[in-house]
Ligand binder design. Structure first.
Ligand code: BMA
Length: 341
């Protein structure tokens, strides 16, 4: 049994496919052979589902899904699955309510994440609020959703909540941006006592000298607590002469002060290689948004958007991926400092 521990609720029915027999070249993570798990035209009026997040719920799985409607506008749809692989979706968009119980429809909602903290589930997404900004809502039963005030003014994207308070505060990663296809971007962290008022902003990590993440980076799946620190899967982007390429990176943040990066893998963990990652509405995109993970078996199932067209899954053992990140770590001063205030 590994010395490294994962601290999270058990998920004995985690979706899983065993490691392939042929040796893995590079990071110890492997794609589901039946990818993509969500294909085109999954719901009437929705052309593509991608960049979506899932959680275990009542012995099965639920999720919030980015559905690109046939009118080209993205919104968030709810889905459920018995096995975490085959999904059924509500045909209508999630009917968010505001704090007064009135209907609340964010304009253009995309790239949702979903995180459980104590007894509440929080969806965090990007939306149009006079430019790209962060939207949030909460639910306890996935039937009624109440909107939470926008945490930040524009422009910002890729907000990811930590699954527990740290030193009494909620913590959230985000990536200040512009309103377009942002040709820059570092990951920052902010904290809040109540999920409404945010401050104590710190820099977590930036673009670095490794080409696959040299243009911009952004938070991906909700951090996983381990005895080595917070394990984060994020996206790193390089700008080629033929457009952006989105790969998946891995880092480990300090448990008490997650603005400090303890280890950061200089190699990507996954980069577009399969047809569903290289070919689609936006080619060459692997965009991680969620994991399901089980401390007892050490398994992680990673969900990622593929080419802005599909959802794919990949699998790894958390101790192997943590060890790989540590063995190939390269951190610089801007990673390890407190993040300047
Ligand atoms: C980013 C986001 C993602 C998308 C990616 C590639 O800016 O909008 O939703 O997957 O671009 O198109």
């Amino acid at each position: 049994m590994s010395e490294i521990k994962m601290i999270a609720p058990a998920v004995p029915n985690i979706p899983w496919q065993d490691k392939p027999e042929k040796p893995i070249v590079g990071a110890p993570i492997w794609r589901y052979t039946e990818n993509p798990i969500i294909n085109r035209n999954p719901i009437e009026g929705v052309a593509r589902i991608f960049n979506s997040a899932v959680v275990p719920y009542e012995g099965a799985f639920v999720g919030v899904f980015r559905g690109e409607q046939t009118n080209g506008i993205s919104f968030i749809y709810f889905g459920r699955s018995k096995d975490g692989i085959h999904w059924d979706f509500d045909k209508d968009k999630i009917a968010f309510k505001d704090e007064d119980g009135n209907d609340f429809m964010p304009r253009y909602a995309y790239d949702p994440r979903l995180v459980k903290i104590e007894d509440t589930y929080y969806a965090i997404w990007c939306q149009d609020f006079y430019g790209a900004a962060i939207g949030m809502a909460k639910t306890k039963d996935f039937k009624t959703w109440t909107r939470i005030e926008n945490p930040f003014i524009p422009f910002n994207r890729n907000a990811v909540l930590f699954p527990r308070k740290i030193n009494g505060m909620y913590k959230m990663l985000s990536r200040p941006s512009d309103s377009g296809h942002t040709p820059f971007g570092d990951i920052f962290i902010s904290e809040s006592p109540d999920l409404e008022y945010w401050g104590h902003h710190r820099h977590v990590m930036g673009r670095n000298g490794f080409w696959w993440e040299s243009l911009k980076i952004g938070g991906g799946a909700a951090p996983i607590e381990t005895s080595e620190g917070w394990l984060v899967f994020y996206h790193g982007v390089s700008g080629t002469c033929n457009g952006y390429v989105y790969s998946i990176g891995g880092a480990i943040l300090d448990l008490d002060e997650p603005s400090k990066v303890l280890y950061r893998c200089e190699n990507f963990l996954l980069t577009p290689e399969e047809w569903y990652e290289e070919r689609g509405f936006v080619p060459n995109v692997c965009f991680p948004c969620a994991t399901i993970h089980d401390p007892e078996s050490g398994k992680i199932a990673l969900y990622y958007g593929c080419a802005d067209s599909y959802v794919g899954m990949a699998f790894c053992y958390f101790d192997e991926i943590v060890q790989y990140i540590k063995d190939h770590s390269s951190v610089d001063n801007s990673d390890t400092e407190l993040g300047r205030c």
